[in-house]
Design a protein around this ligand. Structure first.
Ligand SMILES: Cc1cc2nc3c(=O)[nH]c(=O)nc-3n(C[C@H](O)[C@H](O)[C@H](O)COP(=O)(O)O)c2cc1C
Length: 371
């Protein structure tokens, strides 16, 4: 990607990763971007960096605009390596450049990269003046790491939101409305379900902390910038953060060895459809666990099924169950099901996790050999 001028003095200088398909275990079928932003002022500021393999692209993009050695400040909103991965190289290139970050980020950067950085720790609402521009720091712990922070550019009303409001999509389009509503919210929802879902309380706090801010543009660290769908995205985030779901939507997630559990999955789907519920059947042989999570985001009902294999559920179903257990969806109605030959542990193991998640759990559906 080349650099892109957002407004006078403000550029997007990050990288597009067209080829990535699995991002820390999560499927990203349309690739992603690692966004970084360059702001020219009396002092020149870079907000975030890119994943290490893309550092040359970042430096080339910056070089289209200025000599990278002129960067005075780097704001590191998040230490995860997709955003901080170029910091070691930049720190070599720019030893005097100050890196602004939270106290947690300072600790994490040292621990991750096993080296010192020229960091300045910032506190909530603290500001940085670069000449005509003022940056206000808005820490957002656990959206989605302890160090996470967003940065507000007061004069332009830009919120550099880091991973909040991100979407995994590689595109030539730069803005939400260029993707269109359907694709934008599909990608934003998928991102929320797989990254942000466990942190609903922290998302609500971030909403509260940024409530008073007049925002003209949200510049996230992945995907396109938000200019047309800001209000709708805030509404969506509030709904997702409170597990507001469609009462008439269900997902039935399963795997099978010889087909009997699929028959049971089909019959559960038929029963639910018969009472007006919109059901999506998801075979874990065909779909990734992260796809199933993204479909659960707005669904009230979830049925999970597995045959018993060696006194356990199938590994594919165990992967989904483990993943869902970590992402902690709430307020769902759950159903465990499975087919077995003699001991039949799988369905009960699934049900135990549905109970642990405090779902309203429907009676177990478990049959010997076939339905
Ligand atoms: C390799 C293998 C191991 C199995 N282990 C168990 C087991 O430990 N306990 C049990 O009740 N059934 C066991 N079964 C039987 C299956 O659960 C049974 O065949 C079931 O109907 C398969 O459902 P499916 O058609 O959905 O794959 C095993 C089957 C296979 C092929």
């Amino acid at each position: 990607m080349a650099s892109y001028k957002i407004r006078d003095n403000i550029y997007s200088v990050g990288a597009v990763d067209w080829d990535i398909r699995i991002f820390h275990g999560y499927e990203v079928p349309r690739g992603t971007t690692y966004n970084a932003y360059l702001i020219l002022d009396e002092k020149i500021t870079l907000i975030d960096t890119v994943k290490a393999p893309f550092v040359d692209e970042l430096i080339a993009n910056i070089s289209e605009i200025i000599d990278p050695k002129k960067i005075d400040y780097i704001i590191s909103n998040h230490t995860e390596p997709d955003h901080s991965g170029s910091l070691p190289r930049l720190a070599e290139l720019l030893p005097d450049t100050k890196i602004f970050c939270t106290a947690a980020a300072d600790r994490e950067l040292k621990a991750i990269y096993k080296r010192e950085f020229n960091t300045t720790i910032v506190k909530p609402s603290e500001t940085l003046n670069t000449g005509k521009y003022t940056f206000r720091f808005v820490p957002m712990p656990m959206v989605h790491w302890p160090d996470s922070m967003s940065t507000y550019l007061v004069e332009e009303k830009f919120l550099f939101s880091n991973d909040a409001f991100g979407q995994h999509i590689a595109s030539n389009e730069k803005f939400d409305d260029e993707l269109g509503r359907d694709l934008f919210f599909e990608r934003a929802g998928d991102y929320y379900a797989n990254i942000v879902l466990p942190f609903g309380k922290q998302v609500l706090k971030l909403m509260n902390d940024t409530k008073g801010l007049d925002i003209s543009l949200i510049c996230p660290s992945h995907g396109v910038m938000l200019r047309s769908y800001i209000a709708d995205t805030v509404v969506k985030y509030s709904e997702w953060a409170t597990d507001k779901v469609d009462e008439k939507r269900a997902v039935v997630v399963y795997d099978t060895m010889w087909g009997a559990t699929k028959k049971l999955a089909d019959s559960i789907a038929e029963e639910w459809r018969a009472v007006g519920i919109d059901v999506e059947l998801i075979s874990l042989k065909e779909k990734h666990i992260s796809y199933a999570m993204s479909r659960l985001l707005e669904a009230k009902y979830i049925a999970v099924g597995s045959p018993t294999l060696n006194r356990n559920m199938l590994p594919s179903v165990a992967a989904f169950i483990t993943y869902m257990r970590g992402l902690r969806p709430q307020k769902r109605i759950g159903l465990a099901f499975g087919i077995y030959g003699w001991s039949g542990e799988a369905a009960g193991q699934i049900e135990a996790v549905l109970n642990e998640l405090k779902f309203e759990v429907l009676p177990l559906r478990r049959y010997m050999w076939n339905i």
